[in-house]
Write a protein of this length. Structure first.
Ligand SMILES: Cc1cc2nc3c(=O)[nH]c(=O)nc-3n(C[C@H](O)[C@H](O)[C@H](O)COP(=O)(O)OP(=O)(O)OC[C@H]3O[C@@H](n4cnc5c(N)ncnc54)[C@H](O)[C@@H]3O)c2cc1C
Length: 506
């Protein structure tokens, strides 16, 4: 193919996790032509394996990370406005244990947490009695006092998909199941080789490259650079377990362990509780799995607080992710910085830059995108101004009444559909529920019913609009229906995808 026939983009973003999709959306909205490539499914690695919190990170105050906490708290407000369907406020109860952290220290920390980050809409922290009150639901009687503070939870995988959707709507070309094989500089441009799952290959050129490959950041950077970079990434495994709901109240618990680590117990998907996480250094990070020791560790911590003990047999689902942390030399995995670090490789004569992202959190992805584009601005002087702070994510454009008004509106428009289905779809698609439902008057018009809130109409939408290909994409990332369906019902989703679209379950 002659060089001038090879497609040319301003920016190629490698990595379809939260950071890559966030950067692609921001860049596309500023008028750059953008290609995003992801070797697997969107959010199939770290970005779907988090604790699912949009939070300042109370515990980072102990490491004096005030800047990081303030930035994350400010972002929490921005994101609550941008995607109220997938991000919602959540209150946390911290049972007080004087031998671990004295009350004055916790009060001081919570005071800071309430005031860092500027304007906030969430309730401030306060002290509570736990024994016999709803705040102590499910806890052992010995816990009598505690503190309540506010943060937010998020559907992490959907946050990624919505950013990809926003990028696409801004004009970006999104290619999943497509791997960057080689990138080299030539004539002031990047020349990139791509390979897809079906054995196909493609070449593209771009003016700038963003390496947002999370755990793979160093590998990709070193492969594309003339010399290996000095920066390193630490791969820290974190696992979660899901068990039947341990209490009926709406709040989460933040538990302190004697090893100074904290573990969360979070109400999850109505019927369940999510418990995590661990911090374990890994050498081989490609396919992390949760170990029996991790399951026992999480159960043991939960059991030192809960009135009704849990064990391995209660675990209905678990997942495991790898934090790609910037190596700041800390020995203790919990103490390594959670902040992000950008490394710019400007190329010879200042052409064809490559920007690599180390670390970061879901919570700060939008700020990461702004910082990345500020760094790239000299290479793209035509780039428009920052715009994402006030812009809703797809489906998040709710007027004054917010989610509650949207739900009422949905009930009025689709009275023939089960309430559980309407609510579930609202929390997946926000104001775009009608894109899934069309004119359907009853559930029967939504095609095959796979179980609970999953119908063929939504599966078709996820394939057509949200890059879903396999049953796993549908059941565990675009939705969490996997948790609510039997093995047989899950298999029927795979069979449907195969019959309708010829998709392999990979
Ligand atoms: C256990 C755990 C709990 C966490 N909890 C929270 C939390 O509650 N709140 C919070 O804010 N943050 C949390 N985080 C942090 C957050 O999840 C991560 O910082 C974030 O998801 C990283 O996103 P990413 O896009 O950088 O990486 P990833 O999501 O891993 O995305 C990188 C992508 O690059 C792709 N890729 C790699 N190489 C190539 C290639 N050659 N070609 C094409 N694609 C490629 C990969 O397939 C991958 O999908 C947590 C992390 C973990 C592990």
């Amino acid at each position: 193919m002659a060089a001038h026939d090879v497609p040319l983009y301003d920016l190629a973003v490698i990595g379809g996790g939260i950071n890559g999709t966030g950067i692609a959306r921001d860049a596309a909205g500023r008028g750059l032509s953008v290609l995003l490539i992801e070797k697997d499914d969107l959010a199939s690695h770290t970005s779907s394996c988090s604790t699912k919190l949009i939070h300042g990170g109370l515990r980072y105050l102990e490491y004096y990370k005030f800047g990081l906490v303030a930035e994350a708290l400010a972002e929490r407000e921005v994101l609550l406005r941008a995607a109220p369907h997938i991000i919602s406020p959540l209150q946390f109860v911290l049972p007080h244990e004087p031998h671990l952290r004295p009350a004055w220290m916790i009060r001081a920390g919570l005071f800071l947490y309430d005031h860092l980050g500027g304007h906030r809409t969430l309730p401030a922290s306060f002290g509570v009695g736990l024994r016999g009150t709803r705040w102590g639901a499910g806890l052992q009687e010995k816990f009598t006092r505690g503190f309540v503070y506010s943060d937010a939870r998020v559907d992490d995988a959907r946050l990624v998909v919505l950013n990809a959707l926003g990028a696409k709507e801004g004009g970006a070309d999104i290619r999943t199941r497509t791997r960057l094989v080689e990138a080299r500089r030539e004539g002031g441009l990047w020349h990139i080789e791509l390979a897809d799952r079906s054995g196909g290959s493609a070449q593209v050129r771009c003016r700038g490259l963003v390496n947002a490959t999370g755990p793979w950041v160093k590998q990709v950077r070193d492969a594309a650079s003339r010399a290996p970079g000095r920066e390193n990434v630490r791969h820290i495994k974190g696992s979660h377990i899901v068990v039947p709901r341990v209490h009926a109240e709406e709040h989460a618990y933040i538990l302190q362990n004697s090893d100074q680590r904290i573990v969360f117990i979070i109400p999850y998907q109505n019927a369940f509780s999510l418990i995590g996480t661990t911090d374990i250094s890994l050498e081989d990070f490609e396919k992390p799995v949760i170990s029996r020791e991790e399951i026992d560790y999480l159960c043991d911590i939960a059991n030192s607080y809960l009135a009704g003990p849990i064990g391995r047999g209660d675990v209905v689902w678990s997942y495991c992710g790898v934090r790609p942390l910037y190596d700041d030399g800390a020995d203790n995995p919990s103490a390594i910085t959670r902040d992000y670090v950008l490394k710019l490789d400007p190329g010879e004569r200042g052409e064809a830059p490559m920007l690599s992202l180390f670390g970061g959190k879901l919570t700060t992805y939008r700020r990461v995108a702004e910082t990345v584009l500020a760094e790239l601005k000299p290479f793209f002087p035509q780039m428009k101004r920052e715009w994402t702070a006030g812009a809703p994510l797809p489906g998040g454009d709710m007027s004054g009444g917010g989610l509650a008004a949207c739900e009422r509106d949905l009930a009025a428009r689709y009275p023939g559909l089960p309430g559980e289905l309407r609510t579930a779809l609202l929390h997946r698609h926000g104001t775009r529920v009608s894109h899934v439902l069309g004119e359907a008057k009853s559930a029967a018009e939504l095609g095959t019913h796979f179980g609970r809130t999953l119908y063929a109409a939504e599966v078709d939408y996820l394939v057509a609009v949200e890059w879903a290909r396999s049953a796993e994409d549908v059941l565990w990332r675009r939705t969490k229906c996997g948790l609510h369906l039997s093995a047989e019902q899950r298999d029927s989703v795979a069979a449907y995808l195969h019959e309708q679209y010829g998709q392999e379950d990979s």
